[in-house]
Design a protein around this ligand. Sequence first.
Ligand SMILES: C[S@@+](CC[C@H](N)C(=O)[O-])C[C@H]1O[C@@H](n2cnc3c(N)ncnc32)[C@H](O)[C@@H]1O
Length: 414
Amino acid sequence: MDKTESTESLIAQMLERLRELQGRALAAEVTEAMTVVPRHMFVPHVPVEKAYGLGAVVTHWDSEGVATSSASAPGTVAGMLEQAEVKPGHRVLEIGAGTGYNAALLAHLVGPSGTVTTIEYDPQVADAARNALASYGADQVKVITGDGTLGAPDDAPFDRILVTAGAWDVAPAWRDQLAPGGRVVLPLRLRGLTRVTAFEADGDHLRSVTVNEDGFIPMKGIGSVVEQNIPLGPGPDVTLRVDDEQQVDVAAFAGVLESEPETIWTDIEAPWAWTENQDLWLATLPGFCRVFVDKDAVAVGRVPRPKDPWGAWGVHSGASLAYLTARRVGGVDEMPMLQIGATGFGPDGARLAQQLVDRAIDWQRDTDGRVQVTIEARPKDGLPITGQDDALAVIDKADHTFVITTAPLTAATA
Ligand SMILES: C[S@@+](CC[C@H](N)C(=O)[O-])C[C@H]1O[C@@H](n2cnc3c(N)ncnc32)[C@H](O)[C@@H]1O
């Protein structure tokens, strides 16, 4: 095992920065696994300081420069492991071996009496993971090259299944290959949002134990996530992203950005981090989408600033669209206080902006910024779906209907 004094200190610094970022200590067993497993051995192509930074380390890209494999950010890895609560002796399946780093952590958590099977879609990535795991010495990890949507029936049942690529649905194989009392943790894509959800069986359906916000590289193969990225106009100023359930008349948007934008402001003022789960409320609007706005176009005043620079939430309808915007009204540079509004373009832009603003106000009224989210995955071939009247959203997928409900955070759930 290649672990020197200096990597030990880099690991300690990484864990300390994670603790500061999250404002709490990580679960003790996750801290221990991340202390023992040298992350740099799984990303040998980057300087060791980058391996222990807080970002994801991309290892593979497609021909258009889009990341197709990475070592997920340490905070993401730790968060998912905490949700999974892996115990010594567990039989674990991972979908998305990537660099092999998470599989090595899992191997540490399950110990010598447990097993880890990890599936990787890309044969080149799978080979690299096998080599890294062999150099590290994680002998009990089995790397399978294949489509993780089918699971690993030969090694089933599993106490834990961790999916480390954005999943469109809960694959029936994962449900079927889960041992009684087992838990499947996956980054679930719901109307373009990602919620890392730890599910356990509850009767004939799955019910979330914990739900976290994060982002993941989308799943490939049979269960692939299909999203459309639609540039509005000739340059990169604004790109609309919709998921595959939506029909978009791309031609209708011609010239939409040339219309005079209309901005409506709310009274909501919050640091960015306090708008947690606002996207879930907005996602209940028809035509919900994500809008990527080029920062240079914002800098020269061609388009108003989006609330979230990495993709603002918005809605589209016909030849019009609107997205959330924000302006700084106080705070400090590291934590600016933002006033939230919405900007609309096109003939119906003002109405769409008003819809976004109204929904953001609903979110504030319903949650006061703090809410517990529960997601149920009800199999399409299961019992009839009832009891969803109070749901925030009901989302139909190929194999499951997802019912999202919310409740105020109590001392017990906070
Ligand atoms: C974020 S990376 C995983 C990170 C990894 N767990 C690690 O520790 O480095 C996502 C990986 O999932 C893989 N993947 C995507 N779709 C897959 C599928 N259907 N079956 C198996 N692996 C898949 C990708 O090729 C990519 O390597």
